[in-house]
Ligand binder design. Structure first.
Ligand code: HEC
Ligand code: HEC
Length: 459
């Protein structure tokens, strides 16, 4: 009853604040392709979303689900994929540690924040260039050469065509794009001594043969599979990948934002204002990289352009590896991938993550340096305008971009708004703008249920 009363008070507030939203719409209107927001928080141009088909899982994906939760493959015997990728937390950790512990005794700290496994099903192969299909026959080296000739284009929420022509790295999995497919990917944590620490291929195969699933493998892939360690492990990885691709829990598209896109929900005034700030090139400009419009074919937006950027987030001393002043996590140029190590202009770049379910995360950015969305917003707002609030101050000097070696700090993106401001200039967003964006980001959480009040216009 109390919840209901509070909710209806929210409706009242919506009615009162409509005029404010109305002004907001006007302010954002000049931008090309301005958001289709109605004064009542509804969507002026509802779309039919092309959602992934919901079918019963294949037998292979069902086996993959078992393996995803099976702790018997790990060196410790106590760790599964779900230990770090908790389905109850959008397949990200439920705790607020910046990095998770793994290894044989579950005491070895990782080096990067654990991403959510949701919404990876459309991820393209890693490439450098505007068009993935065209790149298929081109080597990474040729792509790098092309990238070197290409001018840097400024990305804004109002002009995503310009960003599309950018010859920048995109696609791939992990924060540094070092693998292309979910199948290759699963081998990473399984064998990684910092994670599941499965040991050699032969040992993992032995554990699979001894597992309760050995008979399923034989039934699905033929009895011979149990005698061939390499094949057995590769089929297990295939199963894990199929589970992530087929199971709707990895791409439910059940957020309030998805409902809003389809004209089935209205934003509260605060969410509406946040949405406008998110799209306004003069304010958040978040949508320039975290794309929020459906594709022409109705494919729902994933809130990432899958491109790589060096944002220069501050060093996180809570990661043990960072206690060594010579150690730097440089993303695309290493140390966890080596093929681009000499392309120093890519050093410090990490893949733009999806913002779907971001409000359920406990740590943010590749190094988990922040613990709240408001801190993330302040980073975007103050990085260059009030750097002393973001970076450590040593001997009276602000150590800007302190998680990169000094000679690579020039790689940091100072072109794309809101990261194009100079020291002394006013920040792009007000405190209220930032709070509103956080409210908008909460509409990206899956599991939204329409209810009688609180912005729902007709079921
Ligand atoms: C000890 C914690 C841990 C365990 C266990 C773990 N992962 Fe991860 N996972 C991570 C971390 C950390 C990353 C990011 C690493 C990076 O970017 O270098 C990651 C990244 C991923 C990604 C890429 C996500 C993206 O956004 O590109 C996938 C897919 C994935 N893991 C699947 C799995 C599967 C399948 C298993 C089980 C076989 C598993 N993980 C077990 C910690 C873990
Ligand atoms: C120039 C492209 C770009 C723009 C503009 C941009 N982002 Fe990001 N965003 C990124 C990249 C790249 C990362 C990952 C950086 C890293 O971890 O080092 C990121 C990470 C994040 C994260 C952390 C997500 C996670 O899973 O840890 C949040 C939250 C976020 N951005 C929100 C925003 C908001 C809100 C705005 C607008 C104020 C915005 N971004 C503008 C590229 C961008």
């Amino acid at each position: 009853m109390r919840a209901r009363a509070a909710c209806c008070a929210g409706l009242l507030a919506l009615a009162v604040a409509t005029t404010v939203v109305g002004r907001g719409v006007q302010a954002a209107a000049p931008a090309a392709g301005a958001p289709a927001l109605l004064p009542d928080g509804g969507n002026a141009h509802p779309v039919h979303l092309l959602l992934p088909p919901r079918r019963p899982l294949s037998a292979v994906a069902r086996l993959g689900r078992k393996l995803f939760f099976y702790e018997g493959l790990s060196g410790s015997g106590r760790m599964s994929c779900a230990s770090c990728h908790d389905p109850a937390n959008a397949y990200a950790p439920a705790n607020s540690l910046p990095v998770q512990f793994g290894g044989g005794r579950l005491r070895t700290p990782g080096v990067r924040a654990v991403p959510s496994l949701r919404y990876l099903y459309r991820e393209q192969n890693f490439s450098i260039g505007p068009d993935n299909e065209e790149n298929e026959t081109v080597t990474l080296r040729q792509l790098v050469a092309r990238g070197l000739r290409a001018p840097r284009v400024r990305k804004t929420a109002g002009d995503t065509v310009a960003s599309g022509a950018n010859l920048v790295p995109q696609g791939g999995l992990f924060w540094d794009g070092r693998v292309d497919t979910l199948q290759q990917q699963a081998a990473g944590p399984l064998f990684n001594p910092m994670e599941m620490d499965g040991g050699s291929l032969a040992r993992v195969a032995r554990r699979l043969r001894a597992s309760p699933y050995a008979r399923r493998f034989a039934a699905l892939f033929g009895a011979g599979v149990l005698r061939e360690p390499k094949l057995l492990v590769s089929e297990a990885l295939f199963c894990l990948a199929r589970f992530q691709i087929e199971d709707p829990s990895f791409h439910p598209f059940s957020s309030k934002y998805d409902a809003w896109l389809q004209g089935k929900a209205r934003f509260t005034p605060r969410q509406a204002r946040g949405y406008l700030v998110f799209n306004d090139p003069g304010k958040g400009d978040c949508a320039a990289c975290h794309l929020d419009r459906p594709g022409a074919d109705g494919r729902p937006p994933l809130f990432t352009d899958t491109q790589y950027e060096a944002l220069g987030v501050p060093r996180n001393m809570a990661i043990p590896a960072n206690h060594d002043p010579r150690y730097f996590d440089l993303g695309l140029c290493g140390p966890y991938r080596s093929d681009l190590a000499r392309q120093t202009r890519y050093c410090g770049m990490f893949r733009t993550p999806s913002l779907r379910n971001v409000a359920t995360r406990h740590v943010f950015f590749h190094n988990g340096v922040y613990h709240s969305l408001l801190q993330v917003l302040q980073f975007y707002d103050w990085r260059d305008t009030r750097p002393w609030r973001i970076y450590p101050v040593r001997n009276g000097r602000v150590d800007r971009y302190d998680d990169l070696p000094p000679k690579l700090r020039g790689n940091v993106d100072r072109v794309d708004p809101p990261l194009n401001r100079k020291p002394g200039e006013p920040p792009a967003m007000s405190r209220r703008d930032m709070r509103d964006v956080v409210a908008f980001l909460r509409t990206l959480n899956d599991g939204w249920r329409p209810h009688d009040c609180g912005g729902q216009a007709g079921r």
